[in-house]
Design a protein around this ligand. Sequence first.
Ligand SMILES: *Cc1c(COP(=O)(O)O)cnc(C)c1O
Length: 379
Amino acid sequence: MIPVNEPVLTDKDFEFLKDAFTSGWISSAGKYIEEFEQNWAEYCGMRYGISVSNGTAAIQLALDAAGIGKGDEVIMPSFTIISCGQAVTNLGAIPVLVDSDVNTWCMDVTSIESRVTKKTKAIMVVHMYGHPVDMDVVMGIAKKHNILVIEDAAEVHGAKYLSNRGTSSEQWLVCGGIGDISTFSFFANKLITTGEGGMVLTSDSGINDRAMMLRNLCFNNERRFRHYELGYNYRLTNMQAAIGVSQIQRIEEIVERKIEIGRYYQEQLSQIEGIQLQKQESWAKGVFWINGLVLDDSLNCTAEKFCDELRKLGVDTRPFFLGMHEQPVFASKGLFIGEKYPVSERIARQGFYLPSGLSLTIDQVDEVINSFKLVMEKI
Ligand SMILES: *Cc1c(COP(=O)(O)O)cnc(C)c1O
C-alpha cells in the first residue's frame, strides 16, 4: 500500500532528540523549547511563539488568549477540521460559517463581510490543503470593523501570500505571519513535525502573556498554587521541541520537495477529464500539503466509492473534511440548522486526497496515477 502521508525523520532529527533525552530535560523546561518557539516565530515573521501539545490546543489557546468568550461570534469556514468549530463552542462563543471558494477550497472571502455583526470578535481563516487564503481581503474587513484575524496555518508551513498586489508595496508574506494570531500543528502528517505538537504565534505582547499563562494552568508568580483563572496544560516537551528545531532547519528543502511532488501530480492529473484539482492562484506560493481532487458530479461516483477501488489497487487515500454545518454533534447543539453551503457540501462528498507524504518517490506517484486511470475506466 502506498501510504497517504508518511513522515521523513532524519539522523539529524534523532541527534537533536537524543541530546534532549540525555540532558535529562524531558518535560517542558529545557533549551529547545524557546529555541523552537523563537526560530519558528522568526521564520513566519511574528514576534512571539508559544509552543503547545498539538494543533487543536493551539486553536483553543489562541481564541482564549484573544479574549473570545460567551456570546461572541467567530466567522470561519464551514469546510475545515472539527478543531476549529469546537474551539469556538468550547468557549461558549458562536461559530458563524461561510462557504468555500469553488477554485481553491479555502473560505470564500467575498462572503465574509455580510456575516459581520456587532457580536463579531474574530475571523478565523484556514489556509486549505497547502494553499493560502486571500488575506488582503480578510485584513481589510477586519480593520474596517475592528475585529481580530486568527490564521489556522496547520496545513501551510512555508506557504507564501502576495500582499498588496499591483502596488509599490507588493510583498510576499509567510502564511501564519499575516493575521493577529496564527496557529500551527506539528502532527506527523504536517510539513514540519514533532510527532504531536503545535504553536501559537502573535506579535501582540498582551496576547503572548495570556497565552503563556493559560498554557500552564494559570500559575502565577505571587503564590504558586493560588489561581485567579482557569487554564490548560498544553505544554510541549523539550524532546519534541528538539525534533522541531532540527526539522525547521531544513524547511526550504521540505517545501521544495512538496512543491515538486505537487507540481508533478498537477501536471499528470490535469490531463484527466472529470476531475477538479485545487487551483493554485498567481498570488499564492502553495506548498501542496496534500494533493486533493474533486470528482465531477457527472461521473456519478462518490469519493468513498472511488477510494475503495483505489485501495484495492494498493493506493491509500483520505476523504476531505466534512463541513461544520453537516456535523451531527453541532446539529445536536442546535447549531447551523437549515444552513446550506453548497461548495462545502459538494467537495466533502466528491473530494479526497492521494498519497502526498515527503517520502513519496516519483515512481510511486506514477503508480498512483496509473491506478487512478484504471479506476476512472472502471467506474
Ligand atoms: C491538522 C490540523 C489541525 C489539528 O492539529 P492536531 O495537531 O492534529 O491537533 C487543525 N487545523 C487544521 C487545518 C489541520 O489540518
